[in-house]
Design a protein around this ligand. Structure first.
Ligand SMILES: C[S@@+](CC[C@H](N)C(=O)[O-])C[C@H]1O[C@@H](n2cnc3c(N)ncnc32)[C@H](O)[C@@H]1O
Length: 352
């Protein structure tokens, strides 16, 4: 009998240690006994709970959107599958699970995972049919989502997660199309940040035409392109050249200056910053912009330190929070490693 009492967490390969540190810290705070384990570069970690109901308590005590390194999560356990009759085995195991409101088949963000995705696509149709027929699956978003993460064709994590407290996309990876006119691939990073941090229904209000924005470290202009695409007026700060096509839009002013020194003459709606710098320096910059009311919202990349990456990010976020509180500024602070992030995380801040 496999344990149903474990929490599976997907992540970018190479960040399993950060996920273990993060979930271990939360579990300790919430008094959920267990231990975190992971294989390096496996793109996932597991928190094995030692008490019944531990994984469920852990999920209910946390907001998924508040986690930094996990891309997706589910509570349940690994199940060995035979070469044939896989659906029969799954149905048998699911007898211990509640009836689910949706079904997602996922793989890990590893080379093995990529190889398995075709299998998953093919397997999904008959599985869905069988689950519907057996009454294990209803179309109801209030019921938990059934998440099957295949580690191989013979091993799957049979997991549950609440649809409103887990990733918004399978594997936590938004499928964004690269806009051909954008001057750099990093354009997708800002778009992903918006998807991640701003509810879709708030885009028209918070990413509205005519708003003003400052893009620090803007060249060649991938992030500026996103702002211009929302019809905002952008001050692009960088000593490097901006793509001429962007300048033709008439919405961009290019300022050749140091992004750490530049201040706008009037407060702007948005500040975005993609300068690769020591994270402590970037954190101080965020505090200044939000603290002095130079912008209302910000998306900023924070480069990760070499060691103690989770602990260090937490420390920097606390420092920003304390700094703003000391100035009497209320702000929401969120931070995530996005799919398009490599050795960095992305912070979103909003004055309240
Ligand atoms: C990762 S690139 C930005 C890419 C840009 N977000 C895009 O989407 O095209 C970093 C940029 O920061 C600029 N940069 C580095 N240090 C800077 C500083 N102190 N002030 C302003 N820009 C800086 C570099 O010239 C470089 O163009």
């Amino acid at each position: 009998m496999p344990t149903m009492n474990s929490l599976l967490l997907h992540c970018r390969p190479g960040f399993e240690g950060e996920v273990c540190a993060e979930i271990g810290e939360h579990a300790g705070r919430l008094g959920v006994a267990g231990y975190a384990r992971a294989r390096p570069n496996s793109a996932h970690a597991e928190f094995v709970c030692s008490e019944p109901g531990g994984a469920e308590r852990l999920m209910h005590g946390l907001r998924f959107a508040g986690l930094i390194f996990p891309r997706q999560w589910a509570r349940g356990g690994f199940v060995e599958l035979p070469e044939s009759e896989r659906i029969g085995v799954l149905l048998e195991r699911l007898a211990d699970y509640p009836i689910c409101g949706s079904l997602w088949l996922e793989v890990l963000d590893s080379n093995e995972g990529k190889e398995l995705s075709t299998f998953c696509r093919k397997f999904e149709v008959p599985l869905r049919k069988a689950l519907l027929k057996a009454g294990r699956l209803l179309d109801d978003q209030r019921k938990p989502r059934l998440l099957l993460t295949f580690r191989s064709g013979r091993e799957v994590f049979l997991g549950l997660a609440e649809a409103d407290n887990s990733a918004a996309w399978p594997m936590g990876i938004p499928r964004l199309r690269f806009p051909r006119e954008a001057p750099s691939r990093s354009t997708l990073k800002l778009e992903e940040a918006w998807h991640q941090f701003i509810p879709r229904e708030a885009w028209d209000l918070r990413l509205a035409p005519g708003m003003t924005a400052v893009d620090l470290g803007a060249a060649p202009g991938g992030w500026t392109w996103q702002l211009v695409n929302r019809h905002m007026k952008v001050t692009a700060v960088d000593n490097g050249p901006m793509a001429p096509s962007l300048m033709d839009s008439g919405l961009v002013g290019h300022v050749r200056a140091d992004g750490f020194v530049f201040r706008p003459r009037r407060p702007v709606d948005w500040m975005v910053c993609d300068i690769v710098e020591k994270p402590a320096r970037t954190a101080a910059l965020i505090e200044t912009w939000l603290g002095e009311g130079l912008c209302r919202e910000a998306v900023v990349n924070l480069k990760l330190p070499m060691k103690q990456r989770y602990a260090e990010v937490r420390r920097l976020l606390e420092r920003i929070g304390d700094g703003l509180a000391a100035r009497g500024v209320k702000a929401s602070i969120a931070c995530r490693q996005l799919y398009h992030d490599r050795e960095e995380v992305t912070c979103h801040l909003r004055r309240l």
